[in-house]
Design a protein around this ligand. Structure first.
Ligand SMILES: [Mg+2]
Length: 352
């Protein structure tokens, strides 16, 4: 990873710059009938990213490495996520600012799930040659608006030619040493809680698959999800959560991660699940990209109904794990308990 400093060392452009084996040195970025060299795009991004937004970034874009400063007694959190065209988004469905916003949300949500505070992000982009500059600008606008909201400086990255839009986001954060909230701390008897509501993002996706037009408003849980950073740090500071994870792949998959890491099982109460706009039980259980937090807390702990302005709902209980084939059961409306299969987020899989 190079923090946006890889520039051409010659003004002589090769005949076929993309295929001469030095792609990153000579990448020509074609757009709107203009030719923009990689160095200009980097300058453009550097200008947009700002220079002194965060005290945590000692040196950002413009050197061989970024330099980050941690608070005394803190540990570094690092998370990486890919955002691929036709896997995580479609140009026809998702406006560029929403793609940028969702890309950074994935990383920020992981930092939130550890109870961490974000420090800086790093963005590597693979861009098709015929992609309009306006798309890149929109993507950066969406990403940087969210970055500014949470004081996360874009501190580096890389750019290359690609057949499809590819964004690789790395987000760093910090947490007081030994205080990160892990997936492995849930104990039998703990209650299970979620922030916000579930299935709202998947409900929008279902509409898009059905050929319906959905307006990508700023308040949409699908197009502009909110990473629950305030709730995550609130829970960590009070030592309230025994385990935590963010809901990116769907409740049935992500709760299984908690159960596997903690060596416990879980029972979910169906009628307690907070359904998002347009969501049903199926989407709340298996829909992805809610970016809410799921956490566990001991039975006697007083968990508030709201944390940092976000609703908190108790949805179930952690139990001893006796059968390793089934981590989660669900208590249905009919009063019967049945095993819950993991059927999480399949992105834009062909089966749909
Ligand atoms: Mg996660």
């Amino acid at each position: 990873m190079v923090p946006f400093v890889r520039l051409s060392h010659t003004s002589q452009m090769p005949q076929n710059p993309i295929d001469d084996g030095t792609k990153s040195l000579y990448l020509i970025y074609l757009c709107d009938n203009r030719v923009i060299k990689e160095r200009n795009l980097i300058r453009h991004i550097r200008r947009l990213a700002g220079f002194s937004m965060s005290r945590a970034v000692v040196r950002g874009i413009g050197d061989d490495c970024a330099i980050l400063r941690l608070s005394a007694g803190s540990e570094l959190l690092v998370t990486t996520d890919l955002c691929l065209e036709n896997v995580h988004f479609r140009q026809a469905w998702h406006p560029a600012p929403a793609v940028g916003h969702r890309c950074l949300t994935r990383g920020l949500s992981d930092i939130a799930a550890m109870g961490g505070e974000p420090l800086a992000c790093f963005l590597s982009l693979g861009l098709p040659e015929d992609l309009p500059q306006s798309w890149v600008n929109g993507f950066l606008r969406g990403l940087l608006k969210l970055a500014k909201k949470f004081n996360v400086q874009l501190a580096g990255g890389d750019i290359s030619a690609a057949h499809q839009i590819t964004a690789d986001i790395i987000v760093t954060g910090q947490v007081p040493a030994g205080k990160a909230v892990l997936r492995s701390g849930a104990r039998p008897g703990d209650r299970i809680y979620v922030t916000g509501s579930l299935g709202g993002s998947a409900a929008v996706l279902k509409q898009l698959y059905a050929g319906k037009t959905v307006k990508p408003t700023r308040s949409s849980a699908h197009f502009y999800p909110t990473p629950r950073l305030e709730a995550g740090t609130w829970l960590r500071k009070r030592g309230l959560a025994t385990a935590m994870i963010d809901l990116s792949d769907g409740l049935s998959v992500d709760l299984t991660h908690i159960c596997d890491e903690s060596r416990v099982s879980a029972v979910i109460t169906a009628h307690n699940l907070p359904l998002g706009k347009g969501a049903d039980l199926e989407l709340a259980l298996h829909g992805g990209e809610d970016y809410e937090l799921l956490f566990t807390a001991p039975k006697r702990t007083q968990v508030p109904r709201q944390i940092a302005g976000t609703r908190i709902t108790e949805i179930g209980e952690i139990q001893n794990r006796t059968n390793y084939s089934t981590a989660i059961h669900i208590l249905g409306e009919n009063g019967k308990v049945r095993p819950l299969a993991q059927r999480g987020w399949e992105h834009f899989s062909k089966q749909r």
